[in-house]
Design a protein around this ligand. Structure first.
Ligand SMILES: Cc1cc2nc3c(=O)[nH]c(=O)nc-3n(C[C@H](O)[C@H](O)[C@H](O)COP(=O)(O)OP(=O)(O)OC[C@H]3O[C@@H](n4cnc5c(N)ncnc54)[C@H](O)[C@@H]3O)c2cc1C
Length: 295
C-alpha cells in the first residue's frame, strides 16, 4: 500500500495470498480492530494495496537473480519479471514435529493448521504440541469442536498472551500437560495417540489428532541464493531501514531477525522497506545498467 502510494510500480508475487495470518481464526491484537478474523484482515490489507495500483500474482518465486542493478524474478509458471528493487517478505514454514512417525501421519491425524482441520475433530480428543501463543490460539479454536484438547508443553506453563491464557484456564475442555516431550505418534492407519516422555518416564496419551504449533523456520533460501546475508537461524539480517547487505534488496516480516513474529510488526517493517525502496530508487539508483561502477 505504501509502495503504491509512493507511485512505485509494485508487483506482489505470493504463493498464498494473505500469508500465515489468513490461517488463524481471530486476531485480537491488530491495532484498530478489537477482533477480526485473520482471513478478513489479510483481505483488507490486500484490497488497500490494490486500491493504489499494486498488482498481485499468485505464483511461487523460484529464483531471483541480480543482473547489475536489475533483479530478475523467475516464477514457477516460467514467467520472468524485472525489478529495480526487491522486498523479501517470505515469512516462515511450520517447524515439523521431530517425533517418530510424525511425517508418516501428516494429513492422517497430524496437522499444522487448526483453522483448516479443526472441524474434522468434532467430539474427539486432540493434542496441541507447543508452548507459545500460537499453540494457545490453536487450542482455543480446537476446543470449539473437540471434546478434549490437551496442550503438550515442553517447559513449565504456556507462554501465551494473558487474554488467551485466561480463556484457556476458563475452558474446561482444555488441559495443559507440562514438561512433556512427544517422542512418537502412535497408530495404524490413522493416529490413535502419542508417546510422551515426562520426567524420565514414558506415557501414552490417547488422541485422534495432533496439531503441531512449535514455531516457524524462516523461508530464506531465495535470499541466500541471491547473496543476502542470513544469521545462524536462517533469518535475513536487516538494519533499522529494512536494508539487507545488497543494495536494492530489502526485507520485512517473519523472515527477518526481529524476534517477535506478529502481523503488526511485519506490516510496520513492510512500510519501512517500501519507504527505503522508494529512497533507494529516487536517490541512489543509477538508470544505466552499470556493474561495479563501470561506465
Ligand atoms: C497459529 C498462529 C496464530 C497467529 N496469531 C497471530 C495473531 O493473533 N496476531 C498477530 O499479530 N500475529 C499472529 N500470528 C503471526 C503472524 O501470522 C505472522 O507474524 C505474520 O503472518 C507474518 O507475516 P509475513 O508477511 O512476514 O509472513 P507470512 O504471513 O508467512 O507470509 C509470507 C508469504 O510469502 C509467501 N512465500 C514464501 N516464499 C515464497 C516464494 N518462493 N514464492 C512466492 N511466495 C512465497 C508465502 O506463501 C506467504 O504467503 C500467528 C501465527 C500463527 C502460526
Amino acid at each position: 500500500m505504501y509502495a503504491g502510494r509512493l507511485n512505485l510500480r509494485t508487483l506482489i508475487v505470493g504463493e498464498e495470498a494473505g500469508g500465515l495470518i489468513a490461517t488463524t481464526t481471530l486476531v485480537e491484537n491488530y491495532p484498530g480492530f478489537v477482533s477480526i478474523p485473520g482471513g478478513k484482515l489479510a483481505e483488507r490489507l490486500l484490497e488497500h494495496a490494490k486500491h493504489y495500483g499494486v498488482e498481485l500474482i499468485e505464483e511461487r518465486v523460484e529464483e531471483i537473480r541480480q543482473n547489475c542493478n536489475v533483479f530478475e524474478v523467475l516464477t514457477s509458471s516460467g514467467s520472468r519479471y524485472e525489478a529495480k528493487s526487491v522486498i523479501l517478505a517470505t515469512g516462515t514454514v511450520h517447524r515439523k514435529l521431530p517425533a517418530k512417525n510424525a511425517e508418516k501421519f501428516e494429513g492422517r491425524g497430524v496437522y499444522y493448521c487448526a483453522l483448516c482441520d479443526a472441524p474434522l475433530f468434532r467430539d474427539r480428543k486432540v493434542a496441541v504440541v507447543g508452548g507459545g501463543d500460537g499453540a494457545a490460539k490453536e487450542a482455543l479454536l480446537l476446543a470449539e469442536y473437540a471434546e478434549k484438547v490437551y496442550i503438550l508443553c515442553r517447559d513449565e506453563g504456556l507462554h501465551a498472551e494473558p487474554p488467551n491464557l485466561r480463556k484457556i484456564e476458563e475452558n474446561p475442555r482444555i488441559e495443559i500437560i507440562n514438561h512433556t516431550n512427544v517422542v512418537e505418534i502412535l497408530g495404524e492407519e490413522r493416529v490413535s495417540g502419542v508417546l510422551m516422555q515426562r520426567q524420565g518416564r514414558e506415557e501414552r496419551l490417547e488422541v485422534e489428532g495432533v496439531f503441531v504449533a512449535i514455531g516457524g523456520i524462516p523461508r530464506s533460501e531465495l535470499a541466500r541464493r541471491l547473496g543476502v546475508e542470513v544469521n545462524e537461524k536462517g533469518e535475513v539480517v536487516t538494519d533499522k531501514q529494512a536494508r539487507t547487505n545488497l543494495a536494492g534488496v530489502f526485507a520485512a516480516g517473519d523472515v527477518t531477525a526481529g524476534g517477535f513474529r506478529q502481523a503488526i510488526i511485519s506490516v510496520a517493517e513492510g512500510v519501512t522497506a517500501a519507504y527505503s525502496a522508494y529512497r533507494y530508487l529516487t536517490s541512489e539508483y543509477v538508470e544505466t545498467r552499470r556493474c561495479n561502477g563501470e561506465p
